[in-house]
Design a protein around this ligand. Structure first.
Ligand code: PAF
Length: 288
């Protein structure tokens, strides 16, 4: 497979439409580029499921709550194309900002409830920007299947809810988080960490795993579970905690008592870099 590069909405519509007409399934992996092994797992899954694999690369200005984060977001299309070529992607759809937003958009998709807590609370407008661009990408490419990482669990919940509420004819497929050998979740933002911050960053997953063990031991009080994580984070002076919550995995609402599965989600800062991570806790881990 030689990966094609498509810049225009008309052309990607034509390519995906032709495939559908020929009875081929279309898989879409939406990304903002700076591709890493986490995206690799999404692409590999799409390659297994779908006949035509489209990876979109678009740094979506309207989902950034801090202009400096948008300005400094890693962009290297050449590298992303090589990455996709090595994974047998059929087409990279990389529109520029004018192609996606020829005028200031007046229409936005707002997913209430699931967007309210966690990142939604600390990044005003973020999920509105994500839901809006994903709705546009789904309308443009019209894939049968679209893939999203569980590392961004709240984003996944927002997109699932949007696709269900608005009847998008697409299957939303979650893909497990890919981690570095020391547990740090793969993220484009990891490359911004200094060596010292990179070392300290491992405390985030360690904290979540420590809390998951509290859950597995039978803890039912979310405060008790959170305390286990906080004890680990407090030992790492470089880390500034933004939030740590125990939420139900579908609605992403904080729970006051643990019943069934929960997700432990956290956001931390290391210097000027913000990292998020989460772990799912399922009842089968607990004593009968
Ligand atoms: O997860 C991301 O990279 C982005 O939020 C997404 C889904 C591509 C929308 O811009």
């Amino acid at each position: 497979v030689s990966t094609g590069l498509v810049r225009s909405i008309a052309e990607i519509r034509r390519r995906a439409g032709e495939a559908r007409q020929a009875g081929r399934t279309v898989g879409l992996v939406p990304t903002m580029g700076a591709l890493h092994a986490g995206h690799g797992a999404l692409i590999d899954r799409a390659r297994r499921d779908a006949d035509l694999v489209v990876v979109s690369v678009f740094v979506n200005s309207i989902q950034f709550d801090r202009p400096e984060d948008y300005a400094s977001y890693a962009r290297d299309l050449r590298e992303d194309l090589d990455f996709c070529q090595a994974r047998c992607v059929d087409v990279v759809f990389a529109p520029d900002a004018r192609e996606m937003y020829p005028a200031e958009p007046a229409t936005f998709v707002e997913v209430a409830g699931v967007s309210d807590h966690l990142c939604g609370r600390f990044r005003p407008g973020h999920f509105r920007g994500v839901a809006t661009v994903v709705a546009k990408l789904l309308n443009i490419v019209q894939p049968d299947i679209a893939y999203f990482g569980e590392k961004d669990a709240q984003q996944l919940a927002v997109i699932r809810r949007m696709a269900s509420d608005l009847n998008f004819p697409v299957a939303i497929v979650p893909v497990p988080t890919v981690r570095e050998p020391d547990g740090l979740a793969m993220s484009s933002r990891n490359r911004r960490l200094s060596p010292e911050e990179r070392r300290a960053a491992t405390a985030l997953y360690r904290a979540l795993e420590t809390a998951r063990r509290r859950f597995a031991a039978g803890a039912e009080d979310p405060e008790d579970i959170k305390r286990a994580a906080l004890a680990v984070l407090e030992n790492e002076p470089q880390i500034r905690l933004e939030y740590l919550e125990v939420v139900d995995p579908e609605e992403m609402q904080p729970v006051d008592r643990v019943r069934g599965s929960v997700r432990l989600s956290a956001a931390v800062w290391l210097g000027s870099t913000r990292l998020i991570d989460n772990v799912l806790c399922v009842p089968s881990e607990r004593p009968a």
